[in-house]
Design a protein around this ligand. Structure first.
Ligand code: GLY
Length: 401
């Protein structure tokens, strides 16, 4: 009898703690949406007041910095506006998202870097997913066509950066591929679905397979940059551009890998991608340098941990990828994703309304080796945070059904 009572009492404690936990999570979600409505609203007002269509990127010297339309981050502001529409259903966000998205139309012809994928997917691609606006299809397909010009058939990859342009020209690369490039594949999968032309999908799969073979170490951490011989094929070198060292594990690179291969699994259902994602997850979340709040330092091997900047953008990307994985049959990852969101939604990372240049999250890192954007807000941190929030809500809705 005593055992029954004890068991019943234990069940009640568990039940009430579960109720409390889900209550905390629900309060967190509605609080985040409220904050985002105000903060993104202010961000929009500032831009509208300028009379121009500008793309907030970060803050420098207390001034909001805007990205040119060919910058890899330009799509994230319209993307954040699309997610605001999804999260609130308020048409005001849809109208704004459309306006900023349309300004990026000419990006579809960019062929001199791989970022056309990032830019068009986060604006037109997400806009299409949410509204099914048929006018966006042609832009997505043209952008995929432009990205496809960077496919190098001998090594079987999409070249990220031109070997002879900007600071990259000093590195002696021939066909540099960065792990970030995994994020461009979503545009290719979408373009094949919309056009019925499987060329883009085949390129995406080739790129993913070659990246899987060459970017990862034995512990399933990944390099940032792998350089290929585009004439003879094969790897010329492995190293970094934004990490602490060639052999270190740059946090956002690990986040891009987790997210990019999750999308590959979603689009192909090939179990080898899911298997890789499980291993990447293991590297990230059992890493001895991962802090208790699950917001990583900017590099897992940064030399002065714990006195190194955190990178909230990596945490937001990881949370969003994990919710997608939960939807794809990895329910065990939800607790980790929720824990990240709990951290990002707390006062250590979520800015007080009216501060932080009206960006949502504080404490991200652009590139320490370039001495650029260290411990600042970044628009892509906000974008993936809002995406994670939308994915979490969707998941929990379908769990209730
Ligand atoms: N590709 C840009 C970044 O992750 O910084």
């Amino acid at each position: 009898m005593r055992r029954i009572i004890v068991t019943f009492a234990a069940a009640m404690v568990l039940f009430s703690s579960c109720i409390k936990r889900s209550c905390v999570q629900q309060n967190m979600v509605s609080h985040d949406i409220k904050v985002a409505e105000q903060q993104v609203g202010y961000q929009l007002q500032v831009v509208e007041k300028s009379g121009k269509i500008l793309f907030p990127r970060t803050v420098f010297d207390n001034e909001i910095q805007y990205a040119p339309i060919d910058d890899w981050t330009s799509g994230f502001f319209p993307g954040a506006l699309w997610y605001m529409y999804e999260l609130t259903g308020n048409k005001k966000w849809e109208n704004a998202a459309e306006k900023f998205t349309l300004r990026l139309d000419s990006v579809k012809y960019i062929t001199w870097h791989h970022d056309v994928g990032f830019i068009i997917h986060s604006s037109y691609g997400i806009g299409y997913d949410i509204t099914k606006n048929p006018a966006y299809k042609a832009v997505i397909i043209q952008a995929a066509k432009s990205l496809a010009t960077r496919f190098r058939p001998v090594p079987g990859v999409i070249q990220s950066w031109d070997e002879n342009r900007g600071w990259q020209a000093k590195r002696g690369w021939m066909c540099p591929v960065i792990i970030d490039n995994m994020m461009n594949l979503e545009l290719l999968f979408q373009a094949s679905d919309l056009s019925g032309d499987s060329t883009y999908r085949k390129m995406a799969i080739s790129h993913a397979n070659v990246t899987m073979a060459n970017h990862f170490r034995k512990d399933f951490s990944c390099y940032h940059v792998v350089d290929y011989d585009k004439i003879k094929g094969g790897v010329r070198s492995k190293g970094t551009a934004q990490g602490f060292s060639d052999e270190s594990s740059w946090a956002r690179g690990q986040a891009w890998a987790l997210y990019g291969f999750t999308i590959c699994y979603r689009e192909t259902k090939d179990p080898k991608y899911l298997d890789l994602v499980d291993k990447i997850y293991h590297f990230i979340f059992t890493n001895k340098t991962m802090p208790a709040d699950l917001v990583p330092y900017w590099d897992f091997n940064a030399p002065n941990i714990p006195n190194e900047p955190r990178d909230a953008s990596s945490a937001a990307i990881m949370a969003s990828a994990l919710y997608e994985l939960v939807a794809l049959g990895r329910p065990q990852y939800k607790e980790t994703a929720d824990k990240i969101m709990q951290s990002l939604s707390g006062p250590a990372y979520l800015a007080i309304v009216g501060t932080n240049g009206n960006f949502l999250l504080m404490h991200s890192v652009g590139s320490i080796p370039h001495d650029s954007e260290v411990d600042v807000p970044l628009i892509y941190a906000d974008y993936y945070f809002l995406e994670a929030l939308a994915r979490k809500i969707e998941l929990e809705k379908s769990e209730k059904k």
